[in-house]
Design a protein around this ligand. Structure first.
Ligand SMILES: *[C@@H]1O[C@H](CO)[C@@H](O)[C@H](O)[C@H]1NC(C)=O
Ligand SMILES: *[C@@H]1O[C@H](CO)[C@@H](O)[C@H](O)[C@H]1NC(C)=O
Ligand SMILES: *[C@@H]1O[C@H](CO)[C@@H](O)[C@H](O)[C@H]1NC(C)=O
Ligand SMILES: *[C@@H]1O[C@H](CO)[C@@H](O)[C@H](O)[C@H]1NC(C)=O
Ligand SMILES: *[C@@H]1O[C@H](CO)[C@@H](O)[C@H](O)[C@H]1NC(C)=O
Ligand SMILES: *[C@@H]1O[C@H](CO)[C@@H](O)[C@H](O)[C@H]1NC(C)=O
Ligand SMILES: *[C@@H]1O[C@H](CO)[C@@H](O)[C@H](O)[C@H]1NC(C)=O
Ligand SMILES: *[C@@H]1O[C@H](CO)[C@@H](O)[C@H](O)[C@H]1NC(C)=O
Length: 682
């Protein structure tokens, strides 16, 4: 840590990293607290960097009345600061060895999805023998990189979900839109075990494990069919059952009586466990708790002794947190609306991920001590549907990936990005309207790209340790991380949140690797490989690319990446032993420092795409129903209502007249094992 790079503005050292981490973790929240506004904030909501809601909408001037998921309105990219300008050239010097501050070891499936129960049928498929091809493909893309995926089916709508043997309509799930449930307007729903069969059948094609949730609206007569059937149908594929979704908000949502607190919640878990045992249900490591939003801290819940009394039953500690919310606009709560254009800069900074993770460092340390996984069980850019022009723009892809890395660095063990329906802006992917899923008509959002890139950032070794390097003197618009494995720097992840098409704000980052404790000379490989996550602007809404490949524009995806994979080889300067990597403004670069790092992340497995009646070694006889290509225009209000509601809010509008069709894999027989085959429609 004593050599200096004359060619660069900054030399990175661990001491500096610590300093900047300390600054970010300690000082920043203080500043933010000082800025925080004190005016009335609706329950369960909070401000982000003291952004004041303003009453004049300056950005989304044009009106749009269609579904949120397809809102075409774009914001104006912020102009990079000039006084002082952001430094765009800096060095990163990585040490070999056991450097301090590395996270726990992570696997490549760190980021997964949380699918709102009420839209699960639209995402998963029609029934156990007619699965959604695009969903399978979207998961297969990830599996080819990380080896596996985790998906939760749940959310607010799990709380009143009632299992019935079958529905007269033949559907797998129906909602009672008259029974509005809570401020996120999630209606009660009924569903059939077919939902679980769909999950099971999906797991026989792609390596996905699931999380479910136990309804917590009636804690005197427990409805435990989901556990009974879930354990029976999914077996080891169900990793656990959430016990309560944000129980700290039950009181304010009118779901519990005055006096309800962490002790009451603990009593409910106790009652639940007694009932589970009396019904002969497996309890060991089956519960996921407490999934609090923050009205109670997780520490307050732990202090009730739940991990003492239910040490064997609670398998995973969980929280749920969104950095902001759009409730005022989505539900006309009367609170002043946060303007998307004002909110955009809060997603173009490392500080947001720092701020949200910093409050959990105590717990992530505690979780390690007690040997429990600690998950961000549901999150996304903003609750109550997200912000138009932000949650659905490239800014969210960069932010989501930075936030994901920040959670990994902060010793969460996993995080799930929420998927709502047609009426939210933030979904990683959205099936087309109605329960008819059309062949190439899915819409893939920025948060999916964050998950996709994250699989390659962490790779398949199960040993990836993340460190926030505090690069560029801790500049918040250009964060950088290193990923280590067994003391060896493997990859560098570099962000550029700035937006400048001229190229003047592209970063030039000089990376070198130090010999570490053995004091070998500074060394560099002869070249490094780089993959980019790119779009034209931070406000761009579609056609994002990861390593040159895309899932296209709205209604254009069948879940397969399109285009040639592009990997940039950057020659290193052997005189200075540095590899100088460019990061476009805006953009993200993943630098593979050695061959193993590259190979551990590269898409692997069977790349065969198959069509009707194709047989592969990995999947037997997946056939396409000829009816799959049927299309149909228009649908009645009833069907539309069926797709309306989602957790975390849906805007009241949503009529959308889209061409529809069907997409299904009709499974006539399932192969053993799973593969990474991509599913093709004819
Ligand atoms: C599953 O859905 C397909 C397509 O809609 C249909 O043809 C088939 O009959 C359904 N199977 C069952 C068991 O309901
Ligand atoms: C697939 O789903 C159907 C229910 O529709 C079920 O009968 C079948 O057993 C499932 N197959 C597997 C492998 O789970
Ligand atoms: C939705 O699916 C059910 C069967 O699963 C079917 O009866 C109904 O007609 C479908 N509605 C539309 C609009 O496709
Ligand atoms: C819980 O929700 C279900 C489904 O909506 C409903 O049937 C039941 O009455 C509710 N129980 C309580 C105590 O609210
Ligand atoms: C840290 O977590 C422990 C365990 O829950 C809790 O008792 C303690 O109050 C927490 N400390 C802080 C500073 O939050
Ligand atoms: C994460 O856990 C590791 C191992 O316990 C620890 O060294 C590191 O400081 C933790 N990171 C943070 C940000 O707390
Ligand atoms: C990573 O962990 C998974 C799940 O435990 C395991 O299946 C896989 O083989 C591991 N990969 C390596 C490279 O050890
Ligand atoms: C996305 O790409 C497609 C195909 O190249 C193109 O037709 C479309 O205009 C692009 N959309 C946007 C918003 O750039």
């Amino acid at each position: 840590m004593h050599l200096f790079f004359p060619r660069t503005h900054t030399t990175y050292t661990h001491t500096m990293a610590r300093k900047w981490q300390t600054l970010a973790l300690v000082v920043l929240p203080l500043i933010l607290n000082a800025l925080a506004i004190t005016r009335y904030i609706p329950e369960g909501q909070e401000t982000l960097f003291g952004i004041q809601p303003s009453s004049t909408d300056t950005s989304l001037a044009t009106s749009y009345t269609g579904s949120a998921a397809y809102d075409p309105r774009t914001l104006n990219p912020p102009i990079p600061p000039t006084d002082p300008p952001v430094n765009t050239q800096f060095a990163i010097r990585l040490a070999n060895g056991d450097i301090p501050g590395l996270s726990i070891r992570h696997h490549g499936a760190f980021l997964g999805f949380s699918i709102e129960f009420s839209v699960s049928n639209h995402v998963l498929g029609r029934n156990g023998s007619a699965l959604s091809v695009p969903f399978l493909n979207l998961l297969a893309n990830l599996q080819r990189r990380s080896g596996r995926i985790t998906v939760r089916v749940g959310g607010n709508s799990q709380e009143t979900a009632t299992m019935v043997p079958s529905l007269a309509s033949g559907r797998t799930l129906e909602k009672d839109k008259n029974g509005l449930y809570n401020p996120t307007q999630t209606p009660p729903l009924v569903y059939t075990p077919e939902i679980l069969y769909m999950m099971s059948n999906i797991s026989s094609l792609v390596n996905v494990d699931w999380f479910l949730g136990i309804p917590f609206n009636d804690t005197t007569n427990w409805h435990l069919d989901i556990v009974q059937k879930g354990q029976q149908i999914l077996g080891d594929r169900v990793l656990g059952f959430q016990v309560g979704n944000e129980p700290d908000l039950y009181l304010s949502h009118g779901r519990r009586n005055e006096g309800y607190g962490p002790i009451s919640y603990k009593g409910e878990i106790s009652s639940l466990l007694n009932t589970m045992r009396s019904q002969g249900l497996k309890t060991q490591n089956q519960l996921i708790a407490p999934s609090v939003n923050g009205k109670w801290t997780i520490g307050e819940v732990i202090d009730t002794g739940i991990l003492v009394d239910f040490a064997n039953e609670i398998g995973i500690l969980s929280v749920e947190k969104y950095p902001s919310d759009n409730c005022a606009a989505a539900f006309k709560t009367g609170a002043q609306v946060r303007q998307p254009q004002d909110m955009l800069p809060t997603y173009l900074t490392h500080a947001t991920g720092v701020r949200i993770t910093q409050q959990y460092l105590n717990i992530s340390r505690f979780a390690q001590e007690v040997g429990k996984p600690f998950m961000m069980f549901e999150t996304n850019s903003a609750s109550c549907g997200g912000f138009p022009g932000v949650s659905d723009a490239f800014a969210a892809a960069l932010w989501g990936l930075d936030y994901g890395l920040m959670m990994a660095y902060s010793n969460f063990t996993g995080a799930l990005f929420h998927v709502g329906g047609q009426n939210v802006y933030y979904s990683p992917f959205t099936p087309p309207p109605s329960n008819r899923t059309a062949s190439r008509q899915w819409t893939v959002g920025p948060m999916y790209y964050a998950v996709l890139a994250m699989t390659e950032v962490l790779g398949r070794s199960n040993r990836s340790q993340v460190i926030d390097l505090g690069v560029n003197n801790g500049e918040q618009s250009t964060p950088g991380y290193a990923i280590y494995e067994n003391g060896v720097p493997m990859r560098v992840a570099l962000f550029n949140y700035l937006d400048d098409a001229s190229g003047a704000h592209d970063l030039r980052v000089a990376i070198s690797i130090d010999g570490g404790e053995v004091q070998q000379p500074v060394s560099a490989p002869s070249s490094v490989r780089v993959k980019y996550l790119l779009a034209e602007h931070v406000t761009t809404k579609s056609n994002f690319t990861w390593a040159g490949q895309t899932l296209g524009a709205n209604f254009k995806s069948d879940g397969r990446l399109r285009g040639e994979e592009s990997i940039v080889s950057v020659p290193c300067d052997t005189a200075t032993n540095t590899c100088t990597v460019t990061v476009p403004a805006p953009g993200f670069a993943l630098v593979f420092l050695n061959d193993k790092a590259y190979e551990d992340s590269a898409p692997s497995g069977n790349t065969v795409t198959f069509a009707t009646t194709a047989r592969t070694r990995t999947v037997n006889t997946a056939t396409i129903d000829p009816k799959a290509l049927e299309t149909s225009n228009g649908h009645g209000g009833k069907d539309r209502a069926d797709i309306q509601s989602t957790s975390k809010g849906s805007s009241p509008n949503g009529a959308s007249r889209l061409k529809e069709g069907l997409t299904q894999v009709v499974m006539t027989g399932l192969g053993v094992g799973f593969g990474a085959a991509l599913f093709t429609l004819l």
